[in-house]
Ligand binder design. Sequence first.
Ligand SMILES: [Zn+2]
Length: 295
Amino acid sequence: MKHWIAALIVLSMLHSPSESSGEEGSLRVTTFSVDITPPLGEPVGLGFIPLLTTAEHPLLARGILLRDAGLSCVICTLDWMEVHNESYDFLRQQLGNAAGVPASHVAVHCLHQHTAPAISTAAQRLQLQPGDPRRIASAEYLLSVSRKITAAIHTSQSHWRDVTHIGVGKAEVRQVASNRRIEQSDGSIRGRGSNTASSPLLRDLPEGLIDPLVRTVSLENTSGAVAQMHYYASHPQSFYGDGRASYDVPGIIRERLEHRSQVFQLYITGCGGDVAFGKYNDGTRTTRSQLTARL
Ligand SMILES: [Zn+2]
């Protein structure tokens, strides 16, 4: 199911926003944001990506808690590449404990930047011998992140704000996303990654089937917007593999929008397994700025 539809379903399960703010049982929201950048020397990405040597941007865990008389839930986004298996279950359980809700009411979402950690403590334990050159983030790091987020959730619960209106919006996205796997006339598949600097002819191949729209869900009250969530389906990275931590295009957009609007912003990556920036990306910082501006 598309993430933005899921968000609307969750919101519809909560009681209808009340016109009279502060009413007992009306919809309320609070937000949190915490720096979860790993220490230098820790793994970023998955597999053979070099260890972290510099942080261009802080990697953030950002989220909201929603509460009304009938239901509470947590939506937590991570500037991480991936989190799997028992590591995912562990985070949901810990975040749920901090928010006072069951793990089933906690959504943990990775934006999938390749300039950020990937974690599966189970895969590490079952498949990787000590010293294996395939590197993924450690259980110690997972535990430290869990502690930071749960502390942020505890603090956030003294800052609830009323929600009286829910807004939705959408806009067409042009010249950002393209397919990663392109079928040739003979039926074979041609691959096209996020960055086509080394094979510019791949940019001439068709864009393919992409998500045409970025969608926004806005939680508001009579004073204006309180928190906004943006949904777009594409691999989000411009360039990677250089020992650098970055929240990349979606993080740059998120922080810029929050600075301008003074409204809490979440970016959520939709189903972009076969979608990336490749047709429009030569992996330079100039192009990253252009992709950021377009999206
Ligand atoms: Zn990927």
